[in-house]
Ligand binder design. Sequence first.
Ligand SMILES: *Cc1c(COP(=O)(O)O)cnc(C)c1O
Length: 367
Amino acid sequence: MNVPFVDLQAQYRSIKSEIDQAIAGVLRDAAFIGGKYVESFERDFAAYVGAGHCIGVANGTDALFIALKALGIGPGDEVITVANSFIATSEAVTAAGAQVVFVDCDSGTYTIDIAGIERAITKRTRAIIPVHLYGQMADMEPLQALAKKHGLRIIEDAAQAHGARYHDRAAGTFGDCACFSFYPGKNLGAYGDGGAIVTGDGVLAKKIRMFSNHGRTEKYNHEFEGINSRLDGIQAAILDVKLKHVERWTERRRAVAGTYDAGLKGFVGTPAVAPACRHVYHLYVVRVKHRERVIAFLKERGIATGIHYPIPLPFLNAYRHLGHQAADFPVAGSLQGEILSLPMHGDLTDAQVDHVIDSLREAVRPS
Ligand SMILES: *Cc1c(COP(=O)(O)O)cnc(C)c1O
């Protein structure tokens, strides 16, 4: 039996007529950049998150960069983020001209360690970028309290957390603004690149929209220099179709996670979910010993796996100049050799899930 890590073809087959019709509509109307499809998706996604404003942009990395620029963060400023994320998070900080400061993660949830943030704050700190890693939100209540105490901005990296909640509020409603990615494999994915920034702040929303579209107020009138980073009409129309299905897919992800939990507890380290959190399982990440052997065994059984991420950001060559030691990030360092992401998506069948559980139990059985 084959169990792909994600199955975008199965997903497309299940909604083919709606998608094909949506794309045909954009072609018919030639609404390629801006226009009614982008406006409609922005309105629908803002409502889904429960935020006042949504601005579509070209991808999630740009979303983070634009958010930083719109908040006026740049040279001389420090921005705190977490050691275990995708490089886009820290790359955006550097691109904005600011200095990235890494903090270790919590040993239970693997999201940013709040005590570590407090220790990392200096006179130059301007913002914190918590990453809602794997689909679980960072511990936002103490993080917000800390930001308030020190007068810091919060930019949520919600690229993996569409529909995730902390108490009764969704990812995207806790920070000054929040950044989403619609990379095809994300919980809500386009058929190409896409991203969005949501915010409750109307003034900030206006600045974000202007910056992402050449700093323009109206055609050929530019208040300042920005960049070209827009969500296109075809992607917006596709995303609007998929948005109607995302809760159903999320519930399937959560059900699969429940089955994984029950079948794997005691055999491998299963994900810890904080009581306040609705985890949306962008990734289902276990901890195993002898990972290479386990990966090979599962591959033999037709099961694809991933590692998110094999090298913590501060240990990448890209950040060698920061001079970090393994001892600076003990938790991220301890995860590095043991984390393993199992197949997770909304189209997994019960038979596939059982096959993963049976195979993984066998793979870790002492020989
Ligand atoms: C995917 C991702 C991004 C970047 O999104 P793109 O759309 O690929 O640019 C940023 N942060 C995290 C945590 C991600 O997983």
